[in-house]
Design a protein around this ligand. Structure first.
Ligand code: DHB
Ligand code: FE
Length: 280
């Protein structure tokens, strides 16, 4: 049976993708950020996952304000990005796993998550930058992906509790897949940031630290926040932390923390990095 081996959370800021493309990893501005990643690469090289469930939010490339699903799952053979206006270059397509995707979709719908199913799906920086950070940006082949897209753009957003439960349902979906494969779950986005309005530039280090600590052993206390609590404490785009809660829900009750890094700011954002291994 398929099994989840662990989860990784990472920021997805477009500037990171441009820094990788230009080879700026050792520049003083970027070094403390990129120095967080070699232990994650070591863990990935040791665990050798076959498939990544990539929980992320689209920012207007595939879904726009006219039509936004709350939860969408990709079932395509491959996923392409496009120029979104951030300077990120179109990259070779990322491979999918349609058979596994359809299993996840069917399992989620049977589990009362009425998600949108996408046989075509363009992936934006929320998906592509983590892929570059973890695989392609260090010369590795991209892993097969099952994109899980969660709305953080158009209110009403799903509650942290709903996202945590979606993660638990993804955990059940993977555990019931009769393929012999190892799965890593990515939660991309966050941590605190706000890009617009009177609080543009807002970062909340204390809140981020609390989230990084509690997501390991007390995720339910974070799932108990309202989406408005989260936005007040983490900023309008800090709502992306709900992607982390989906990841954490999928891992099940007991996890151990393998690695973490926190660095502020990268662009306008507090960047948080976490590797959690699923306890046996
Ligand atoms: C930035 C952060 C984001 O989450 C995003 O989607 C785009 C840009 C930033 O801080 O620049
Ligand atoms: Fe974002």
């Amino acid at each position: 049976m398929a099994q989840i081996v662990g989860g990784i959370t990472t920021s997805h800021i477009p500037a990171i993708g441009n820094a990788i493309a230009r080879g700026l990893q050792d520049e003083p501005y970027w070094k403390p950020f990129f120095d967080g990643y070699p232990p994650v690469h070591d863990w990935l090289d040791r665990m050798q996952p076959d498939v990544a469930v990539v929980v992320y939010n689209d920012h207007g490339l595939n879904f726009f304000l006219d039509q936004i699903p709350t939860f969408a799952v990709g079932a395509a053979a491959e996923y392409c990005n496009e120029d979104e206006g951030w300077g990120l270059k179109p990259l070779p397509p990322f491979p999918g796993d349609p058979e596994f995707s359809w299993h996840v979709i069917e399992s989620l719908v049977n589990d009362e998550f009425d998600i949108t199913m996408c046989q075509e799906m363009k992936v934006d920086h929320g998906f592509v930058v983590p892929m570059s950070l973890l695989w392609t940006g260090r010369g590795k082949k991209p892993i097969k992906a099952i994109p899980v897209e969660v709305n953080t753009v158009q209110h009403p957003l799903p509650s942290p509790a709903r996202c945590y439960k979606l993660g638990q349902a993804i955990g059940r979906a993977v555990a019931s897949y009769p393929g012999d494969c190892k799965v890593v779950v990515l939660g991309t986005g966050g941590m605190s940031h706000q890009l617009d309005g009177t609080r543009a530039g807002f970062i909340n280090r204390d809140f981020d630290m609390m989230c990084m600590e509690r997501i390991v052993n007390d995720p339910e206390s974070l799932a108990g926040m309202s989406i408005h609590d989260l936005i007040r404490e983490a900023g309008a785009q800090g709502a992306e932390f709900i992607q982390w809660l989906v990841m954490r829900g999928a891992l099940g009750e007991r996890v151990s923390k393998i690695h973490s890094n926190y660095h502020i700011p990268i662009s306008n954002t507090a960047s948080g990095l976490l590797v959690l291994e699923k306890a046996a």
